[in-house]
Design a protein around this ligand. Sequence first.
Ligand SMILES: [Zn+2]
Length: 134
Amino acid sequence: MECELCDFNSPRIIKEYKYWKLSAAAQTPLGWTHAMLKRHVSFFDELTEEELAELKQVIKDVRGALDKLWKPDWFNVTQLGNSNPHLHVNLIPRYKEKREFAGKTFEDKTFGSGVESEELSEDIVEKVRERLRD
Ligand SMILES: [Zn+2]
């Protein structure tokens, strides 16, 4: 079976961990990242204790970086896998009010409920990556 996340090696990757790769998503809300497991399993309950412990660290790192950059008001952690069954976790910052970044205004219109997402241009995603890597 072909799986594009099994050998995901995109410039979108911000940081590589022992078991996970962290990448910036090309979509809003501002600062949305994906934690992708480096081996192909599909479900959360297939994670080893070590992978689970490291995911906790990944989440901690992302929340720390986002708190410094844009101070999200809430944070969603979801495992969906609807478009690709390779386990990846969506780390989605949520904002009560607008944020300005890279000359663009970001508004999280569905704060307090689901996610309404907007595709981002590559130059903005690159700027998001740069800031998160710092
Ligand atoms: Zn895979």
